[in-house]
Design a protein. Structure first.
Length: 417
């Protein structure tokens, strides 16, 4: 308690609330911290509940230095307020004390039925928001036999305890949300079937298929997608091996740290920009470095070499090109190629949707092969909405959750017309 009070007291209670502006969920962090300063943890929890039902999760895994903490005024001349730690404390307090999360925005029940496809942070937030608005029947359709999406199969236990995920989800389900497991859209349930039975449908199936670079040798045995390794946990024997992880986001950090824990001798993160441009959270980068993972900044892989399996990789040095108003982009330095011995290569450069599923929906896609939505999260199909990764929303838990919440507001408006 003393430690969290000290961290809360460090907050200046700024009127400008830059931290709130930097939060994808627009959490009123300043107000929540003011309650913590007075040891009023229940109202701090309820303050977070105004904008999120995932405080225990977001507090643990959000890239705070690039969002709320990165916008903190105290960080200009020193350390930012430890917003993540405070949010974890408050969120866990609400779970432990079993504080009601209902807080309905009206006193009437809306006798409508909504189907939620997918139970990741986007889907579960949409479901929770609709129930809190009073929608009578909200049902989640989940293709696996557990809830949570990437929170369970995309983030290692050392970053996010599955017990915490279960506690948060059980709390949300207590609102009266129904769940149907082992139900995959386009396989054993179709969009047309759902449209006949439900007043609105929300698609939040994510985009968890690893992207590849299209370079020579990617089809060799020993080249893996980072997303699939984390999801299915079918790891090859990494003991004593050399592994190259390509990419600079949190998936790259998660998979490189996982591989190191599985006994790899040398793990290299190959990233074509500088550390300052890495999308991964600074804390995750620092922890990866402390665990002995080597970072090759301003380097790019151009070829995977081997007869049937990975034997070497060819890389090239890069330099950054700066243009006003744009993110610096890397350019290969001609003649700087070099070869490294390698046993495995893991691609963690981004992700894309399951095209087979999208093809079955007959739904309009944008130029990035995501579901096209308008400003109200509506798709090209009547009463069908979408958000999160599948709709091209920025891929962090907070952004996904925020889009699920905002989509729910629009679905609610549609239901009560």
């Amino acid at each position: 308690m003393e430690d969290i009070t000290k961290k809360a007291s460090y907050c200046l209670s700024c009127k400008s609330k830059n931290c709130m502006k930097g939060c994808p969920l627009s959490n009123d962090i300043t107000q929540a911290i003011s309650y913590v300063k007075n040891c009023d943890y229940e109202n701090a929890y309820k303050e977070f509940l105004n904008t999120t039902v995932l405080s225990s999760i977001c507090g643990r895994i959000c890239p705070h230095s690039k969002q709320c903490q990165g916008s903190c005024i105290r960080g200009i001349k020193g350390e930012s307020v430890s917003i993540g730690d405070i949010e974890v404390f408050v969120g866990d307090y609400g779970l432990d004390k079993d504080i009601d999360i209902n807080m309905l925005n009206n006193n009437k029940v809306i006798d409508k039925k909504v189907a939620i496809i997918g139970s990741g942070p986007c889907g579960i937030t949409c479901a929770a928001t609709l129930k809190r608005f009073g929608v009578k029947n909200v049902t989640i359709f989940e293709k696996k036999d557990y809830l949570g999406g990437l929170l369970v199969h995309g983030i290692p236990d050392f970053r996010l305890s599955k017990d915490i995920v279960r506690k948060v989800y059980n709390k949300i389900l207590s609102l009266g949300i129904d769940v149907k497991y082992n139900m995959e859209l386009g396989n054993n349930i179709t969009l047309e079937e759902l449209r006949k039975k439900y007043d609105a449908i929300f698609i939040a199936i994510g985009a968890n298929i690893s992207s590849y670079m299209g370079i020579e040798g990617e089809d060799l045995d020993g080249v893996y997608g980072g997303n699939e390794l984390l999801e299915y946990k079918k790891y090859p024997d990494f003991k004593g091996k050399k592994v190259a992880v390509i990419g600079g986001g949190n998936v790259a950090m998660d998979v490189s740290r996982t591989v190191k824990r599985l006994g790899a001798k040398d793990v290299y993160v190959v990233y074509r920009r500088a550390r300052e441009q890495m999308p991964a959270e600074n804390k995750e980068i620092e922890e990866a470095m402390s665990e002995g993972i080597e970072f090759l900044f301003l380097n790019n892989i151009v070829k995977v070499i081997g007869k049937e399996k990975v034997e070497k990789i060819e890389c090239i040095k890069t330099k950054l090109i700066y243009e006003e108003g744009k993110r610096p982009y890397p350019e290969n330095i001609e003649g700087s190629n070099y070869i490294m011995d390698m046993d495995y290569v893991i691609m963690a450069i981004g992700s894309c949707p399951e095209t087979e599923v999208l093809d079955k929906l007959n739904i309009k896609l944008n130029k990035w092969d995501r579901i096209e939505i308008d400003e109200n999260y509506k798709t090209s199909i009547d009463k069908v909405y979408a958000a999160g990764d599948i709709a091209g929303i920025k891929s962090t838990v907070a952004y996904a959750s925020a889009s699920g919440r905002e989509a729910a507001k629009n679905i609610y408006d549609y239901l009560i017309k």
